[in-house]
Design a protein around this ligand. Structure first.
Ligand code: CP
Length: 326
């Protein structure tokens, strides 16, 4: 794809070669992200960050990634502080802000809202989560993490087995990651969830039509035995009609050290989670007793968000070549 001036709304936009291009630039960005090297390639550029849903990692890592490249950032994290409370539409808001900034990053609770945003302005937009739809940059950093974590066990990711656990119906990061992994060859997907929270059927059909295999179960240990990589997800209770409806699934899948070791044995199976993990009583998808385990990749995964997002900014704003020249 041509990244220059492009919006990133869905993994559907990518071919494998595009992902490889992003990852090779993300690897270069790592020393800039760690401030071993410095650059001002985005000096004078402004990022508009619009978050209509809570966020810690995405919002702040997008901000820091842009700033590490020398750009400036303005953030709106509270709808209540905007003129939308006076009745202004999402489209008008985005059209105005797209006229102010060089690039917008938007998170919105409604699936499909980002498509509407992209139609409202020529300014490039990055989807940072649209309801239960997609979160493409999270999936990119997830796959980038899988690649780095699995280097010690696999030469390539084609043919690996990934076990995805939890609320697969509502997890936008899981949806984007399934699409992204589907660009590879012979991926073996193991989906572990309650019946009512299974991965959407259209995604399942799509991956099968691309020659991958899928296995669905409600049994965590069985899923662990089949895993080369483990991807835990949070119960997305904000997507349920009522808190009571979500309550019945609360704490259904809690990965403790004992369960993990019983399932994977002595193998190194990296544990990923897009985060946040829910620490409230009776929930925790990944127990604290795994906090110091070498396979727990969640903090390394979150860290990878910075170079990965720097790479995307550099490609969209067409400064990657100047950076490579440094
Ligand atoms: N992974 C992720 O999107 O986290 P935040 O909701 O904190 O941004």
């Amino acid at each position: 794809m041509n990244f220059k001036g492009a919006s990133i709304l869905s993994i559907d936009q990518f071919e494998k070669v595009d992902v490889e291009h992003i990852f090779s630039l993300a690897a270069i960005m790592e020393s800039y992200a760690e401030r071993k090297k410095r650059t001002r390639v985005l000096e004078g550029a402004v990022l508009g960050n619009l978050f209509f849903e809570p966020s810690t990692r995405s919002r702040i890592s997008f901000e820091i990634a842009f700033q590490r490249l020398g750009g400036a950032v303005t953030t709106m994290a509270e709808r209540a502080t905007t003129s939308m409370v006076k009745g202004e539409s999402l489209e008008d808001t985005v059209r105005i802000l797209g006229g102010y900034a060089d690039l917008l990053v938007i998170r919105h609770p409604q699936e499909g809202a980002l498509k509407r945003c992209a139609q409202a302005t020529p300014c490039p937009i990055i989807n940072s989560g649209d309801g239960a739809g997609e979160h493409p940059t999270q999936a990119l950093l997830d796959l980038y993490t899988i690649l780095k974590e699995c280097k010690r066990t696999f030469h390539q990711l084609d043919g690996i087995s990934i076990t995805m656990v939890g609320d697969l119906k509502h997890s936008r990061t899981a949806h984007s990651l399934v699409k992204l992994l589907s660009l590879l060859k012979n991926i073996r997907f193991n989906f572990i969830s309650a019946e009512a929270l299974r991965i959407p059927r259209e995604l399942l059909e799509e991956l099968l039509s691309r020659g991958h295999s899928a296995y669905e179960t409600t049994d965590l240990v069985q899923g662990l035995r089949r895993a080369d990589v483990l991807y835990m997800t949070r119960l997305q209770e904000e997507r349920f009609a009522t808190p009571q409806e979500a309550e019945q699934y609360r704490g259904a899948y809690c990965l403790k050290r004992e369960i993990y070791e019983k399932g994977v044995g002595s193998r190194f199976v990296p544990i990923l989670h897009p985060l946040p993990r829910d620490h409230r009583f009776g929930v925790c998808e990944i127990d604290q007793d795994l906090n110091e385990h070498a396979a727990l990749a969640i903090f390394r995964q979150a860290q990878n968000g910075i170079p990965l997002r720097m790479a995307l900014f550099a490609l969209i704003l067409d400064v990657a070549t100047s950076l490579r020249a440094f």
